[in-house]
Structures are given as C-alpha cells and as structure tokens.
Design a binder for this molecule. Sequence first.
Ligand code: TYD
Length: 139
Amino acid sequence: MSLKERCPVIEFKDLGDERGKLVVIEGNESIPFDIQRVFYIYGSDPEVVRGQHANRDSEFVLINVAGTSKVRITDGKEEFVVALDRPMIGVYIPKMVWKDMYDFSSDSVLLVLASTHYDGKEYIRDYQEYLKEMTENEG
Ligand code: TYD
C-alpha cells in the first residue's frame, strides 16, 4: 500500500442547513480509531514548523477547523503534502509516520484527534533515529 493510501484524506459529512454548518466525527465510525485525546494548535506563525515527530503507538486525525495549514507526511521513502483548507476534511496519520505541520494561516486552528492519552516516551523526535528504526524494521 502506498503512503498516500495509508494516510487518506477523510471527507466528513456536512450536516449543515440554512442555520450553518455542522460536522460530526465519531470514533471508530468516520475515523478508524477510538478518540482518547483531543488537542488543538493555534497562534503559530506562518514560518513555524510543528510536529516533526513520529509516534510509536498513536494514530491521529488532523483537521483545520478554522484557517489553513499544510502537513508534510513521510515514511522516509515516500512523501506528500496535504493542504488542510476546509473544516470538513481531515488527514489520518497512522503509527510510525513522520509529520511536519507548517504554513499556518493567522486564523488557523488545527484540531488533532488522537487514539491514545499523551505519553512523551512514544514520540520519536530525531529524524535520523526515525529513519534508522524504519530501516531496521524493514526486514
Ligand atoms: P509538541 O508535541 O511539541 O507539539 P506539536 O507536535 O503539536 O508541535 O507538544 C508541545 C508541548 O505540549 C510539549 O511539552 C508536550 C506537551 N503536550 C502534552 O502535554 N500533551 C499533549 O497531548 C501534547 C500533544 C503535547
């Protein structure tokens, strides 16, 4: 499976009507995991790069509920960029996939749904270490 196939952009159902928009995300239904944690990132300047890590145990879905940002996704071999530019789309990031978030608009609110409670020890923050682990796990 290609990296893009492993990290699909999910289009959530828009239940809006003349009163406004409404987007619902249910764990294990519209996204492939139970939601254990929610956090959001805002107030990041456009030149800031966030993320810059892979997680051994956590899966994520990233959604720009306001404004826009970009996510660069790589497994050390393939790489692609998702523009999070609408509140009804999210990108799924499985375990052991590296992500960088950048190009934040001034009004960006990046909502992150996570499959685990926070544990700083499951983060790989050194890209060389990540590449080493990925190569070791190949065969
Ligand atoms: P960090 O992982 O660097 O943020 P990002 O990857 O989104 O750029 O997290 C910033 C700080 O917040 C760091 O000290 C860890 C802490 N933190 C938590 O305590 N719980 C969490 O769920 C997250 C995502 C971060």
